[in-house]
Ligand binder design. Structure first.
Ligand code: TZP
Ligand code: MG
Length: 220
């Protein structure tokens, strides 16, 4: 799937579900299936944290989730692991500031793949843009317990600053986002919201995804 086009990426970012096995209360494939039924628009495989799978088990889970995404035309993005992304020919990668520079990642994964970059300041955003990033992940917008080394939450300030300065790159907010607060992230100028626990820990994964989707689309 080649959707490396700003308008298509903006569409795909709307209801962006991220998870790996440590984030799931039940089987990750089941969780993803239910989230897809609820209307997620993009999936990121982020196999990180206590109990995260490694080696072949990680690859096998990635393949299973990728297959499910393919069946439903949901783009499949891998967090950090560029080798895995290349090996599985996935739709893109998401990298942070501590990862390889965007231009290096671009050389490895190719011109037709999406590269998302986490940015926390105007300078980081400009660097990522020059390197060829396709979208920015900005957060934590709200406090989160999911990422142990997350920076303090900073609301929607940077999203607003970038939009005020005329930066039109696709942006997704991240961190502590729920069906209740997602609308404010979109109103600040983000194209979509990315969540882990609001979907993966919900009593009903499908209903949580639906609720998030409604909040986003009602705020556009
Ligand atoms: N990056 C910034 S906050 C965060 C990541 C990966 C965690 C988001 O998880 P949650 O559960 O949606 O707050
Ligand atoms: Mg990273």
């Amino acid at each position: 799937m080649n959707i490396r086009n700003s308008d298509l990426i903006k569409e795909a970012l709307k209801v962006y579900f991220i998870m790996g096995s440590p984030n799931c209360k039940e089987n990750p494939t089941q969780v993803l299936q239910e989230a897809i039924e609820g209307g997620i628009t993009l999936f990121q495989f982020r196999e990180k944290g206590t109990g995260a799978l490694t080696g072949n088990a990680k690859v096998e889970l990635a393949k299973e989730l990728q297959q499910l995404c393919k069946e439903h035309q949901i783009p499949f993005i891998v967090n950090d692991d560029i080798d895995l992304a290349v090996a599985l020919n996935v739709d893109g990668v998401h990298i942070g500031q501590e990862d390889e520079p965007v231009a290096e990642v671009r050389k490895k994964i190719g011109q037709d793949k999406i590269i998302g970059v986490s940015v926390h300041s105007y300078d980081e955003a400009m660097n990522a843009l020059e390197g060829g990033a396709d979208y920015f992940g900005i957060g934590p917008v709200f406090p989160t317990k999911t990422k142990a080394d997350a920076k303090p939450s900073n609301g929607t300030k940077l999203i607003e600053e970038l939009r005020d300065k005329g930066i039109s790159i696709p942006i997704v907010g991240i961190g502590g986002i729920t069906g209740e607060n997602a609308g404010s992230v979109i109103q600040a100028g983000a194209d979509g919201v990315s969540v882990i626990t609001a979907i993966s820990h919900a009593d009903s994964v499908t209903e949580a995804a639906k609720k998030l989707r409604k909040s986003v689309f009602d705020s556009l």
